[in-house]
Ligand binder design. Structure first.
Ligand code: F6R
Length: 602
């Protein structure tokens, strides 16, 4: 949550570079944005210059900012204080010589703010972040006895400030007196980028791709002093030096761009068939290893948040259907009470695109305290979850920038299907299944198929409610489809186990109620169709998603049968429908309101 990008180096165009970095990071938060620069030719009043605004960055420029070779910026996802120009980051101290950007929540900000007000500080925003700038100002007074002490005093002041903050926070601070960025992390992600004669800080490694592939992910309580020629990492509490753990980013700049597509989401949907083929053909060694370990564990839990929780739920069906193993699943934010029942030799498999979702990291932290072995499926290699895991598997989706997760979901469940097959000693069966899923996915993303979905989206665009039903894996598909439709098109959609309809929701079905039905020809087909008929009998307008048409369907979306992997093309169809509904309704599918990718707050 919140995009952060900082630059220090030889180039005088730092504000423009920062703005470009922020544009690549906007999916992390887009309530407002801001850039601060230490001007190269210091003006007489020697202050930091800030430009910040509520709203998306869009085509904004920073041509009105002075040149400078030290600048940083922020895209905000509001927590404390409304979405206004004033509440946008960066925030300044009273003297306007200290600026801060922040990701997280300062839980004790009210106490700190009251103390600072008593000391004469003037606050201009309603944010928790602003206390950080004033605290640094306060500590600078204490530490900067002589002007030549300014640089060490600055990092000391940031260190002291960071120690005063309660909650999970990542901060970057700059100051007119020191040619450096000082940053610290606890909870929220920060990554340092190593350049030549220039260095970087960002909340997300994808933003660094145009400049460097060498990065260090800050651990909790690590601080860093970034100047143009050096990067000094140390422990915020002990002061002990930390050797950089340099890691090489494997993604390319092109992968992180939209290319010919109008939106990232559409590009990411279209990448899925290729990704499935890749997973089917690459070496399954890591899947086999994880399968072996999970097989030994007396109790296995799969955990995730949002779409990743739906991947966990789907995989629990894979494990029972393919490997005859009962694997539980849970939603990270609801997982607390289950932790106590996982034995020490049990296993927890955490699923995450970002590897930074706070609700999930909290579960993993607690599980580690209990010596439960942590396995993970992660997209961002090097992320916090990646580093916390005993065994990890990179899902290989490449940068996912649409806020609505698509290809990270599909690649997660593809790997989980392989792991289930590996557990059953039939990895080849898993690979074959993925080849079928890839073929089916290709078909449902073809031009002709897309046109059918576009027509349907036109028909449905003014609906307010949608009910989606399915049995077994198709129930998982219904849940994930409903989430996609809700979060980007703002149509209320509900995924319901088909058999549960008659236990309540059927009361809402009247003439014309839109009911989507996932009805692959599996062992649930007959009962699913019976449930569809119950809807139709009450006036429901039935959209059937199946390999064969049926009289019950008012609309029919044909999805080729891919056996147990049919959930994959089924969900791809729903992703496309969600996307085109959103376009028809005139919204931005990449940046849905109130949401952000990578939810790093609780
Ligand atoms: C929905 C969506 C979210 C994420 C959730 C977890 O389309 O993207 O529900 O799935 O915030 O994120 P990760 O997978 O990064 O842990």
């Amino acid at each position: 949550m919140c995009g952060i990008f900082g630059y220090i180096g030889d180039k005088k165009t730092a504000p423009r570079m920062v703005l470009a970095g922020l544009k690549t990071l906007e999916y992390r938060g887009y309530d407002s944005w801001g850039v601060a620069v230490v001007p190269s030719k210091q003006s007489t009043n020697n202050t930091i210059v800030v430009k910040k605004k509520a709203g998306k960055i869009g085509d904004a420029t920073v041509n009105d900012l002075p040149e400078g070779s030290l600048a940083f910026g922020h895209t905000r996802w509001a927590t404390h204080g409304g979405v206004t120009d004033k509440n946008a980051h960066p925030h300044l101290d009273c003297s306007k010589t200290v600026a801060v950007i922040h990701n997280g929540i300062v839980e004790n900000y009210e106490t700190l703010r009251n103390e600072l007000i008593k000391k004469g500080h003037r606050f201009v925003s309603e944010t928790d972040t602003e206390v950080i700038a004033h605290l640094v100002e306060e500590y600078l007074k204490k530490f900067s006895v002589l002007p030549r002490d300014a640089a060490p005093a600055f990092s000391k002041a940031v260190q002291a400030t960071f120690k005063d903050l309660e909650g999970l926070n990542a901060i970057i601070v700059i100051n007119t007196a020191a040619e450096e960025m000082v940053a610290a992390r606890n909870g929220s992600p920060l990554v340092v980028g190593f350049g030549h004669g220039e260095n970087f800080l960002a909340s997300d490694p994808a933003a660094l791709l145009p400049y460097t592939k060498q990065v260090h992910f800050l651990e909790d309580d690590e601080m860093v002093i970034v100047s143009k020629g050096s990067i000094h990492i140390f422990h915020a509490h002990t002061g002990e030096r930390v050797r950089p753990r340099k890691q090489l980013l494997t993604w390319t700049t092109e992968e992180a761009e939209k290319g010919k597509y109008p939106f990232f989401m559409l590009k990411e949907i279209h990448e899925q068939a290729g990704l499935l083929s890749e997973i089917a053909s690459e070496s399954p060694e890591q899947s086999i290893l994880i399968a072996k370990e999970l097989k030994k564990a007396p109790r296995v839990y799969l955990v995730g948040a949002g779409t990743s929780a739906h991947a966990a739920r789907s995989a629990s069906y894979f494990f029972s259907l393919v490997a005859n193993k009962l694997v539980n699943y849970g939603i990270a934010s609801e997982f607390d009470h289950r932790l106590s029942v996982i034995p020490e030799n049990g296993a927890l498999m955490a699923l995450s695109q970002s590897g930074e979702t706070m609700d999930l990291l909290e579960v993993v932290k607690k599980a580690k305290e209990k010596n439960i072995k942590i396995f993970s499926l992660v997209n961002v290699v090097g992320s916090t979850l990646w580093r916390m895991s005993d065994e990890h598997l990179a899902i290989g989706a490449g940068p996912e920038k649409g806020v609505a997760s698509t290809k990270a979901f599909i690649t997660k469940i593809a790997h989980l299907l392989l792991i289930a097959y590996a557990m059953a000693g039939d990895i080849k069966g898993g690979q074959k299944s993925l080849v079928r899923a890839a073929k089916a996915t290709k078909e449902v993303t073809s031009k002709a198929y897309t046109q059918t979905i576009m027509k349907l989206a036109k028909k449905l665009k003014d609906e307010q409610h949608l009910y989606i039903i399915g049995h077994g894996l198709s129930y998982c598909a219904a849940l994930e489809s409903a989430l996609k439709i809700k979060e980007i098109s703002y149509i209320h959609a509900e995924g319901i186990p088909a058999g549960e309809l008659k236990h309540g929701t059927l009361a809402l079905v009247t003439k014309g109620t839109i009911c989507m039905v996932f009805a692959p020809h599996d062992e649930h087909y007959q009962s699913t169709m019976a449930n569809a008929m119950e809807m139709k009998a009450r006036g429901g307008y039935i959209i059937g998603i199946s390999d064969k048409n049926d009289d019950v369907f008012d609309e029919f979306l044909q999805v080729p049968d891919a056996g147990i992997a049919t959930i994959i093309p089924n969900i791809v169809v729903a992703q496309l429908l969600a996307y085109y509904l959103t376009i028809e309704r005139g919204f931005d599918p990449d940046m849905p309101r109130n949401l952000a990718k990578s939810v790093t707050v609780k």
